[in-house]
Every structure is written in C-alpha cells, then in structure tokens.
Design a protein around this ligand. Structure first.
Ligand code: PMP
Length: 300
C-alpha cells in the first residue's frame, strides 16, 4: 500500500511536519531491526472515528518493547492520547496507525548499550490492503520459532523473514506467502493470520511461530454469533490444501479470501460462504454497527 502523506507525525511528544519526520543514519534500529511496532486501524462510523481494539494493540506494543528491554519514555495513556490527537489533527477516518518505538542514536554495536529509545506515531488514510481474492504460495522459509524470538511480539527485525517470503511469492507471480513453522505445521502469512473452513467448521491454525493476532482473536470471539463454533489446533499443510475455504486476517488485511494455494484451487475458487459471513460481521463491528462489540471501539 503506497504511503499517503498527512500533515503531522508524532515524534517523542512533538507534532512534526510530515517532511521533517527524519532520523539519523546511525539510528540503531536501521542497522539491526531493533524496533517494535504496531499496526492499528481506525474506521469512520456514524459517531465519529473509532479505533479498533486500541488497548490490546498498545498492550502488545509495550510487551514487544519489554522483550527488547526498551524503556519507553511515554505511558500507555499518553500514547493513546497522542494517537487520538493525531487522528483529529490529520482529519482522517479510515486510517492505518503505526506506533514505532526504536533504539536511536548512540552506539554502533549490536548491544544497544545506554541507547535511549525514541517513539513515533504515524497515521495515514487507508483503504483495503487487498481488494481481490488471493493466490498464495507456501514459502521455503520457516517462520521464526519461539526459540529464536519472543512469542507474541512485533519486533521489526523479525520481519526480514517475512520480506524473504514475500519476495519469493511475488517473484513467482503469487499474491502472498504462507509460512510454516519449523515442525512443518501451518503458521501464518508474512503479516497476517490464516483461518481454514472444513465441513462448516472454522479452524484457526495454532503455532507458537505465529503472532496471536488481535483480528484472529476477534474472529474467534464473534464467530459464535454466526452459529459457528471455532477451533484452534495445529494444522498440517495437506489439510490446509484440502480446506473448503481459507482466508487471511489482520489489522491491515482485514478479512481476505484465499482462493488457491500452490496452484491448487480452494473450494470453488471464489470467496466462501463462511468467509463472507465472517467478513460482513467484521465490517459491521468495526463500523460501530454491532452494539455487542462497541467495547472494542475507542472513539478518537
Ligand atoms: N501475523 C503477523 C506476522 C503480523 O504482522 C500481523 C499484523 N499485526 C498479524 C499476524 C495479524 O495480527 P493483528 O490481527 O493483530 O493485526
């Protein structure tokens, strides 16, 4: 998704003009991926701009920072206030919100000795990340295991692994990659989780190599309202290839149908019935049309 400029970016407590939001070339995170980030989505609703599951995203940002022993100079409440302010000042409704905390300038060694952390929040207008149905390719690169990184965190350096898988898939003409864990079980996409539907059952592949996504969690919680009982379990690649329906989900991706994997058609090659139901329900929740899930929305 191309960058769309807005007026301001929030950097270490100050509103900085978009073109002035720069860092020094010796910024530690540029060299070693020593940063943590979040992707958050806000939506236009009848009652104003609503940020989806803001608390959960901010909590995960702090957990990620903690994993890298980063001390953030702002509290959760201050960051949430900064996000709300930025949405207002940049006057955006449907937005992608990117908080980024990073080890800054001060040392060139890998160990970020005495380096202060910086933190920024970027907001930009956002449409759908994927508008069409997806054809995906299983990657030869395994997703990081919990033995090589900290489970459940969004550490920037881990995303080099996703970039490798994306290049591999795109070079061969696929839309996205599917990543397996070291044991060969289904893990996730490079930046999204995956669901499978088999015999009307909704199955969320479980792997300690996958990020336990907030969208995934939301779908697991709300699917009961659609009369669907969800399951979480380890899933093998051959099971996935024989699914009736598949879809990716994530903050940027939302709910994106997958219609083929490694050239094999899934179902009848169109967005499936349960996928469409889940997607419609997801949109009604994020647009503030479902009173049961208003608790997931924070108005800017
Ligand atoms: N997996 C990875 C690797 C991701 O980067 C993301 C996006 N944050 C997801 C899954 C989906 O997580 P969420 O629903 O919390 O955005």
């Amino acid at each position: 998704m191309a960058v769309k400029e807005t007026r301001f970016i929030w950097m270490d407590g100050k509103l900085v003009r978009w073109k002035d939001a720069k860092v020094h070339i010796l910024t530690h995170a540029l060299h070693y991926g020593s940063a943590v980030f979040e992707g958050i989505h806000s939506y236009k609703t009848d009652e104003g701009t609503a940020i989806f599951r803001l608390d959960e995203h901010i909590n995960r940002l702090f957990r990620s920072a903690n994993a890298l022993s980063m001390k953030l100079k702002f509290t959760k409440a201050q960051l949430k206030a900064a996000i709300k302010k930025l949405i207002k000042i940049n006057s955006i409704g449907d937005a992608y919100i990117r908080p980024l905390a990073y080890y800054g300038y001060g040392d060139i060694g890998v160990y970020p000795k005495d380096i202060l952390t910086n933190i920024a929040v970027i907001t930009m207008p956002w449409e759908h990340y994927y508008s069409g149905n997806l054809r995906i390719k299983t990657s030869k690169f395994a997703r990081h295991s919990e033995k090589s990184t900290v489970y459940g965190t969004k550490i920037s350096g881990n995303y080099a692994n996703s970039i490798l898988a994306m290049h591999e898939a795109r070079k061969k003409g696929f839309d996205e990659a599917l990543m397996l864990d070291l044991d060969g079980y289904v893990s996730e996409g490079p930046a999204e989780n995956i669901f499978m539907v088999k015999s009307k059952r909704l199955i969320a592949p479980f792997s300690k190599s996958a990020l336990p996504g907030i969208t995934r969690h939301s779908i697991l919680k709300m699917s009961g309202d659609l009369g669907i009982k969800p399951f979480e379990r380890k899933v093998r690649l051959d099971e996935l290839k024989n699914a009736d329906e598949l879809f990716f989900c994530g903050t940027a991706t939302e709910v994106a149908p997958i219609i083929a994997i490694d050239g094999k058609k899934i179902g009848d090659g169109k967005a499936g019935e349960i996928t469409s139901k889940v997607r419609d329900k997801f949109y009604s929740i994020v647009r503030g049309k479902d009173s049961k899930y208003r608790k997931w929305l924070t108005y800017a």
